[in-house]
Design a protein around this ligand. Sequence first.
Ligand SMILES: Cc1cc2nc3c(=O)[nH]c(=O)nc-3n(C[C@H](O)[C@H](O)[C@H](O)COP(=O)(O)OP(=O)(O)OC[C@H]3O[C@@H](n4cnc5c(N)ncnc54)[C@H](O)[C@@H]3O)c2cc1C
Length: 286
Amino acid sequence: MVLNAEKKETKKTIYTPDLATITQVKELTPTEKQFTIELDDVHKRKEFSFEPGQFVELTVFGLGEAPFSIPSSPNNKENFELCVRKIGNVSNALHNMEPGAKVGIRGPYGKGYFPYEKMQGKNVVIVAGGIGMAPVRSLLKVILEDRSSYNDFTLIYGCIDPNNILYKQEIEELKKSNDIDIKLTVDNPDDQWDEHVGVCTNLIPDLDYSPEDTFIVVCGPPIMYKFVILELEDKSFKPENIFLSLERRMECGVGKCNHCHIGNKLVCVDGPVFSLWEIRNLKEAI
Ligand SMILES: Cc1cc2nc3c(=O)[nH]c(=O)nc-3n(C[C@H](O)[C@H](O)[C@H](O)COP(=O)(O)OP(=O)(O)OC[C@H]3O[C@@H](n4cnc5c(N)ncnc54)[C@H](O)[C@@H]3O)c2cc1C
């Protein structure tokens, strides 16, 4: 006799993650690691597609889930990367994992992404602070992979100190090309540092782009947004052309639990990327 419990198949819900394998782990800074992740199911791997700015929910089995943006190029169909800062339960457990380890993946999630199609033919400026580089790297890659479709391209990237710069080697390589103008700045320089010192806001007044033809993308710690926006508005950049990736404590990722609401918006489904025009009147947004 087959017991009922044995007959019963595990019922899949919207919260059931897909099994995936960590195929590579790379240390980016003393606190951040890059994980390359491959979905185990070949069909799901081929179907998995995302837009720059979207995120996944990652499960460390037996411990919990956390949302992470996808910093790799959507054009890579075999696997995707995550950049994870060691901060708490899930991220610490991930940092202890080696290639071959299994995790769960739900997503990609978020209807609000960086609208790269709209940016074609225009100038693009990315302003990133600290780990804010992770969500915008996907957009950076999309633009560089189709560079001739865009006009001028600038990255302003600020970190606490040179050791905290993410994707340092990649940035050094890019600096040698004519594809992008990169301005780096740190709060605490060391003896070798020969670039800007201070917050990334200081570099905005020197931007020499017409507000009509320029899209701005901002991602970084909450404190950065207020000051960056003031500078951008001072230069008359248009709120509908400024895109910000917002981060809120999130549980479900699919618009059910309401943990991540800002006014009438949910960061998980309406965002995480919003135009300044969409959120400028929402009190707790910035
Ligand atoms: C859309 C989205 C995209 C994200 N992308 C990335 C990413 O690419 N890389 C990355 O490293 N992190 C990212 N995060 C943040 C990440 O999801 C959290 O840091 C996550 O909670 C870590 O889980 P944990 O179990 O390690 O930490 P927990 O054990 O849950 O928390 C540890 C400590 O950190 C604090 N904390 C946790 N999350 C946050 C937060 N979001 N803001 C402020 N304090 C917090 C907690 O209050 C607690 O004190 C993203 C978050 C969102 C909402």
